[in-house]
Design a protein around this ligand. Structure first.
Ligand code: GDP
Ligand code: MN
Ligand code: MN
Length: 259
């Protein structure tokens, strides 16, 4: 498997045709997977906003005050308002905001970025990254390139330090490869392994894209194939079967003990 960044992509603005730009600049072969950082998808979809566009509700003010209290840092209630508006559930309100986005992705601050957003305060995630991936894939197909597309973001994770790339939306391939029923080297049947290939490809691509001013939001993955396997499009757990998330519902941050 080989990965290479698409060179020469410009600063992206609202209305830009990402598929067209990629078709022009990327070296593509049928069967490649193209990852695109949500940052540029959001820019193209006009998801950059200013804090003034999110007048704070009483709830947002309450959340920001508690965060200030707990962290000792100044918190803008309009930012809390933006996070609330992007979310369907608030899982943690201190010492940071952890929410479920409208498309099912759980992340800190609803994935709202304050870096790589020239001219605006905030960049919200794409409204529906799966639909975004589908549109980019369709555009590339029209230009003659039959490739899968993954829209990615960089996220922290529980239990481990450090951030890594994850998939937010994908098109042209399943999210996971189901290993259940296949055999290990002892002939024992695998019972639980469903490999999240879109996340693994997103992580690999994120290594190439980088996080700063590299200007390389799109990466071509060549030589990886889903093959003839069972797949699934499930990625975001439902709360009914997510016991860690259920445990959070009865947990509350205690600023005195710091946990
Ligand atoms: P995120 O992971 O989706 O939040 O995106 P990042 O802010 O980490 O950026 C990923 C990559 O895209 C980095 O190499 C950035 O320099 C690059 N990038 C961000 N915005 C633009 C843009 O408008 N144009 C180009 N060419 N690169 C960008
Ligand atoms: Mn991001
Ligand atoms: Mn990133």
């Amino acid at each position: 498997m080989e990965l290479h960044a698409v060179p020469g992509l410009p600063e992206i603005h609202p209305g830009d045709d990402l598929a067209g730009l990629l078709a022009e600049r990327a070296d593509l072969e049928a069967g490649d997977v193209v990852t695109v950082a949500s940052t540029v998808v959001s820019k193209a979809e006009g998801r950059a906003f200013d804090l003034d566009e999110f007048p704070a509700s009483p709830r947002a003010r309450e959340i920001a005050l508690r965060l200030e209290d707990v962290t000792g840092e100044e918190k803008d209630p309009r930012f809390a308002q933006a996070v609330l508006e992007e979310s369907t559930e608030l899982l943690m309100e201190a010492p940071f905001l952890l929410t479920e986005s409208r498309f099912g992705h759980v992340s800190v601050n609803a994935g709202i970025d304050r870096s790589n957003v020239p001219g605006h305060d905030l960049l919200l995630l794409p409204k529906n990254p799966a639909a975004s991936a589908g549109r980019i894939r369709e555009g590339l197909l029209e230009a003659g390139h039959d490739v899968a597309v993954i829209v990615t973001d960089t996220c922290g994770r529980p239990f481990r330090h450090g951030q890594r790339g994850v998939a937010l939306g994908w098109a042209g391939m399943p999210a996971s490869r189901d290993w259940r029923g296949e055999k290990d080297r002892d002939g024992r049947k695998l019972g639980v392994t469903v490999q999240s290939v879109v996340d693994e490809l997103a992580s690999a691509a994120n290594l190439v894209a980088g996080e700063g001013d590299g200007g390389t939001p799109a990466v071509v993955v060549r030589g990886w194939s889903f093959g003839d396997h069972e797949g699934s499009d499930e990625l975001f757990r439902e709360v009914e079967t997510d016991f860690v998330r259920q445990a959070l519902r009865t947990w509350r941050y205690d600023s005195k003990v710091g946990r």
